[in-house]
Every structure is written in structure tokens, then in C-alpha cells.
Design a protein around this ligand. Structure first.
Ligand code: G3P
Length: 222
């Protein structure tokens, strides 16, 4: 995947559900192609199949469980989301927190299915713990800035710097994203200058009056 990477979490917003998820993913694909920047679409799990069938950019799940094939009910397996067209997954988002042991088993299931993994973290200690489990990415997101429109890369650069340093010490193979309040190209540029490989964002694109224009602005400074 290209660096820097822009990961767009569709959350459960009405503006990015069902056919609207396909529309936003098409904007992501168009901007990724026209500007040469990697963009990942992260729709709700029931929308993965329709989104992944409509675009060529990577589509990730918002969550998976550690359960595999067998006598389990109501679980989301790595194999099922992969077969639906996803190539990766978020884990432990602040809005879908897991125990460390659950993150570990979900990571094991994801790796076995060949999925790219992004473990979200809320502080430097959790970033360190997540890095020790060797996901492909950790994404540091201070919960208080989520949905605030105040970019973490400007409001709290220290948490990003400290997360980068912690990951370098524990597992330098793991790449780092940051998120919360990111909505402008300058926020992405600031994130990259702090040593990250890109950003994870939602409302800056999904709730924008013109999501396509918001995406173009986001990639404008990198
Ligand atoms: O997963 C991205 C997220 O939690 C940040 O949300 O709306 O602040 O970009 P937002």
C-alpha cells in the first residue's frame, strides 16, 4: 500500500451506509487514482461486499472477531470478510474496544486469512501494547478529539511523537497512523511530518457537504 495512506472509516453514518457507501468509495477510488495517494475505504461490515464489488481500492472491515469457522453465532470471522472482498481490518477502535487478549486472537485470525491489520489505540501505553502484538499498523486516536474537527496532528502532536517513539522501540516493523479531527490537507501533512505513515479519519469526509472535494483537499499537501 502506498505511503502516506488515507484510511476513511465510514463508521455507521447514514451518509455512508448502503448505496451511499458505494458512492463515497467511488470518490475515494477516483481521488486515489487521480492524485496517486493510497486511500482505503472502511464501510460497515454488511456493506463490504457491495463496496468491494464496485471499486478497486482496498476495502477494510471496521472490526473482526477471533472466532474461526465452526460452532459460533453472531461472530465476524476473518475468512468471511476476506471472502466478501475486504483485504484488511481495523481492530480495537475507540468505538469498538476489545480486551488485549481479544485483540491478540483477532490479529491471529486476520494474519491467517492474509488480512492487513490496523490496531487503534487511545494513548501511548496502549500503543506500546498493540505494537508488541505486531499488527501491520497502529493508529493513535485520542478519543476526546474524535469527531471534534480539532486535528490530533496539531492539537496533540506530542501523543503522536511519543507513539512513534514507542513503536520504534518495541517493533520498528509496525507502521503508525494517527487520527481524530483530521479534515484538511495540512492536517495530513502535519501527521506525516510527525513520523506517521498516514491518517485514519471519518467525519472530515463523510459529514462534509462535498465529500469528493474534502478528499481532494486532504491529499492536496502530500
Ligand atoms: O476512525 C476514525 C475516527 O475515529 C476519527 O474520527 O470523525 O474525528 O475523523 P473523526
Amino acid at each position: 500500500m502506498k505511503n502516506p495512506l488515507i484510511v476513511v472509516n465510514f463508521k455507521t453514518y447514514a451518509e455512508s451506509t448502503g448505496e451511499k457507501a458505494v458512492m463515497i468509495a467511488r470518490y475515494c477510488e477516483e481521488v486515489s487514482r487521480d492524485h496517486g495517494v493510497g486511500i482505503v475505504a472502511v464501510p460497515q461490515i454488511p456493506d463490504i461486499y457491495r463496496v468491494a464489488s464496485s471499486v478497486k481500492i482496498p476495502v477494510f472491515a471496521q472490526h473482526i472477531d477471533g472466532a474461526g469457522a465452526g460452532s459460533f453465532t453472531g461472530h465476524i470471522t476473518a475468512e468471511c470478510i476476506r471472502d466478501s472482498g475486504a483485504s484488511g481490518t481495523l481492530l480495537n477502535h475507540s468505538e469498538r474496544r476489545l480486551l488485549l487478549s481479544d485483540i491478540d486472537s483477532a490479529l491471529t485470525a486476520a494474519k491467517k486469512a492474509g488480512l492487513t491489520t490496523i490496531v487503534c489505540t487511545n494513548n501511548v501505553a496502549v500503543t506500546s501494547a498493540a505494537a508488541a502484538l505486531s499488527p501491520d499498523f497502529v493508529a493513535i486516536e485520542p478519543p476526546e478529539l474524535i469527531g471534534s474537527g480539532i486535528p490530533v496532528s496539531k492539537a496533540d502532536p506530542e501523543i503522536v511523537r511519543a507513539s512513534v517513539a514507542a513503536v520504534m522501540k518495541i517493533n520498528p516493523e509496525v507502521k503508525i497512523l494517527c487520527g481524530a479531527g483530521i479534515s484538511r490537507g495540512e492536517d495530513v501533512a502535519a501527521a506525516v511530518e510527525l513520523g506517521t505513515s498516514g491518517v485514519l479519519l471519518a467525519s472530515g469526509v463523510i459529514k462534509a457537504k462535498d465529500p469528493r472535494a474534502a478528499l481532494i483537499d486532504l491529499v492536496g499537501k502530500i
